[in-house]
Design a binder for this molecule. Structure first.
Ligand code: MG
Length: 467
């Protein structure tokens, strides 16, 4: 397989002079004989402030803290939507969910009685890598359709092991959601655990689910050793209801939510250790991030966005800005990255890293961010679109974010249209406290143009969540 950067010698314009740039030691280091392996660890509803290295004062995450010290800690990293199904569609396709029909105001995510899913004509990271000789495995929450032809094994994954949607679905007890969330009865949720297309356990015993997903990931690492692989490990937790294994019961000062995060942290440590033991660490890029912000409705069971405003479901920063750590020892120079990036950038970046052609027949909303990873050039991204379901509520350009519409995350249809839009300088005011719209009409005009241009690229497609 012909792999890796093709244009190591770049011709650039510098002060009007054409010059050839000799590859740096860093980029030369990235030339390797073997194509890199990829692991994405994706948590469910973990907020920006929920792990030690992102500032949580009482949840202990030594493995994630070390991973961040050894890798890239992103502080301006976003998902494609503030709720599960569309966020996952964005990650795996590199495209905003509006383009695949994977978002809706009526049903914000897929439910057990939904008939739709990620359309077969969408190309996932797994499908693209598989076409280039990769082994692929999906473990954990899918939430892109639990019936064929929408299952992971229909979308480029060789195998699947997991609960195919949210862990609070298939509720079989009448007790209300809030009360149940404070109890620890997995039998109250009749969610299936699937292996490939078959249900192998129902209800899934969620107390051991994080541990079992971890064991499955380590088995795959060992099985795939020697050949390129992509493992997508999407934890069902810390989405409510919260469960942890006996080893993590009451270990955290932060209560059951802290226990759950600390077990996920343990899981990360196990996976990185397995890579080291198998001699794969230096040829594997591991990404750790979350599908959306914390579910604030559930109070202490719902996590924290730290200093960011808002949470899951909404378009303030807490809804879409998430912790994100990239780890690739010996290749990525450890540092804090303040540049913007999104989960949608992962697809084009993996394609670049494996010399796999990005399909040319569709619009991508992600960018190849290898210039950011290797510090070889400017960040191709300086705009973020904050979609709530099918509408753009806010746009960020550089430091500035304009909110055109705001709405409480849950339990209210009341939306506020802002004209002029609210404007925040996110570098100076990451908590979105101080509206500066009156001071910068030119920034608002520029953002309005960006939004207009973006909307002109959206083509209506069949809605998959309303089927
Ligand atoms: Mg989620």
């Amino acid at each position: 397989m012909n792999i890796f950067h093709t244009n190591l010698f770049k011709t650039v314009l510098s002060g009007g002079l054409l010059m050839t740039v000799v590859p740096s030691a860093e980029s030369a280091k990235t030339q390797r004989e073997n194509p890199p392996n990829f692991i994405i660890i994706f948590t469910d509803d973990m907020g920006y402030g929920d792990i030690g290295v992102y500032g949580h004062p009482t949840i202990q995450t030594p493995n994630l803290d070390k991973m961040a010290q050894e890798g890239l800690k992103f502080t301006n990293f976003y998902v494609g939507a503030p709720v599960s199904t569309p966020s996952r569609a964005a990650l795996l396709t590199g495209r905003l969910p509006i383009r695949s029909g994977m978002c809706s105001e009526k049903r914000r995510v897929l439910f057990p009685n939904s008939n739709g899913g990620l359309p077969p004509e969408e190309i996932t990271i797994a499908k693209a890598l598989k076409s280039n000789g990769y082994h692929t495995a999906a473990i954990g929450k899918w939430h892109l359709g639990h019936k064929s032809p929408f299952l992971p094994t229909d979308h480029g994954f060789d195998s699947y092991y997991g609960i195919p949607y949210s862990n609070d679905m298939d509720k079989v007890e009448k007790t209300d959601h809030f009360t149940l969330a404070n109890e620890e009865r997995f039998q109250a949720y009749n969610v299936p655990l699937m292996r490939n297309g078959q249900i192998v356990e129902r209800p899934a015993d969620q107390r051991t689910i994080t541990r079992r997903y971890t064991e499955e990931a380590i088995t795959k690492i060992k099985d795939f050793k020697g050949e390129p692989f992509f493992i997508y490990l999407a934890h069902n937790l810390p989405h409510i209801p919260l469960f942890r294994s006996a080893d993590f019961k009451d270990v955290s000062k932060a209560g059951i939510y802290g226990d759950v995060i600390e077990e996920i942290d343990w899981s990360v440590g196990q996976i990185l250790d397995a890579l080291k033991k198998e001699g794969l660490a230096e040829n594997t890029l591991v990404i750790f991030t979350s599908d959306n912000g914390p579910w604030l409705t559930f109070k202490t069971h719902g996590g924290s966005a730290g200093m960011l405003r808002g949470g899951k479901g909404g378009t303030f920063e807490g809804g879409l800005r998430v912790p994100s750590i990239f780890w690739w020892p010996g290749t990525l120079k450890p540092r804090v990255v303040m540049e913007m990036a999104t989960t949608m950038d992962i697809f084009p970046t993996f394609m670049k890293l494996t010399n796999t052609a990005l399909p040319a027949d569709r619009i991508y909303d992600g960018y190849d961010i290898t210039p950011v990873l290797f510090e070889t050039g400017p960040n191709p991204r300086d705009v973020i679109f904050y979609y709530r379901d099918t509408e753009v509520f806010a746009v960020r350009k550089g430091d500035y974010k304009a909110h055109f519409i705001t709405q409480p995350e849950y339990d209210s249809d009341e939306r506020t249209i802002h004209n002029p839009p609210l404007l925040y300088n996110l570098s100076e005011d990451p908590a979105e406290k101080f509206d500066v719209s009156g001071d910068h009409p030119e920034v608002i005009r520029e953002i309005e143009q960006i939004l207009k241009q973006h909307l002109s690229t959206i083509v209506p497609v069949e809605n998959q969540l309303e089927k």
